[in-house]
Design a protein around this ligand. Structure first.
Ligand SMILES: C[S@@+](CC[C@H](N)C(=O)[O-])C[C@H]1O[C@@H](n2cnc3c(N)ncnc32)[C@H](O)[C@@H]1O
Length: 221
């Protein structure tokens, strides 16, 4: 199903509140009620048009998945996919990820995927990068101890920046660094929309996996 009118994307999103959750803050601490089970919840931040989140949710029905995207005009493309092929373990949220701790409670999330995040190359916008110290702090407030953040990108500057941020973070251990995913490809890789384009162009794909150590925040000590 093609939702043609991007101009009225907001209205279309409002028509499907069971897929794109209308007021996600209502579910803080009780996302299990939204899914009707206690299965682990994994999120993709910046899910774009939703190819990855749709595919992983269909391959792993024993887990729940939420795609998070900040733009109406983009998330309606993900909505189309879910309308076409509904999955009980998949939801979408239209929100800026800087609001994550308002939506999820501590320990509520079991994995975060960061696929081809916007690079924000200028220094003055570095805090908007999804692996900045500010975002790692937000992730540490919602992740379960021992859970992972998986990142893929073709942008070497963003990758270098991210390695430094994870290494300097009190909350995370950087476990896996792969500087050429396609020369050492795991069986379960799911290509995202941007990944497909970048691979066709011959770009190298970088990959990392970090683990949340579960350290307490200063205000909790
Ligand atoms: C380069 S696209 C990648 C899309 C998809 N993950 C892929 O690999 O095909 C990055 C997406 O992240 C979204 N995004 C960037 N910053 C975000 C934020 N703070 N919160 C939610 N979405 C964000 C953008 O709107 C865009 O759709």
């Amino acid at each position: 199903m093609r939702l043609r009118n991007v101009k009225h994307a907001g209205e279309m999103i409002a028509m499907y509140p069971n897929i794109i959750i209308g007021t996600p803050t209502d579910f803080k601490g009780k996302w299990n009620e939204c899914f009707g089970n206690n299965n682990p919840i994994e999120i993709e931040i910046g899910c774009g048009k939703g190819k990855f989140i749709q595919e992983i949710a269909s391959r792993q029905p024993e887990k729940n998945f939420i795609g998070i995207e900040k733009f109406d005009s983009v998330i309606i493309r993900a909505l189309e996919k879910v309308i076409e092929y509904p999955l009980p373990n998949l939801r979408l949220i239209r929100i800026d990820a800087d609001k994550l701790p308002e939506i999820f409670d501590t320990l509520e999330i079991s994995k975060i995927y960061l696929n081809f995040s916007d690079p924000w190359p200028k220094k003055r916008t570095a805090k908007r990068r999804l692996t900045s110290t500010q975002f790692l702090d937000r992730y540490s407030r919602i992740l379960k101890q021992g859970s992972n953040i998986i990142m893929k990108t073709d942008n070497s500057e963003l990758f270098e920046f991210s390695k430094i941020e994870f290494n300097e973070s009190q909350y995370f251990d950087l476990d896996v660094i792969n500087n050429d995913l396609y020369s050492n490809m795991p069986d379960d890789n799911i290509q995202t929309e941007f990944e497909q384009k970048f691979v066709e162009k011959g770009n190298k794909i970088f990959y990392l996996k970090a683990t949340f150590k579960g350290d307490k925040h200063e205000e909790d000590l």
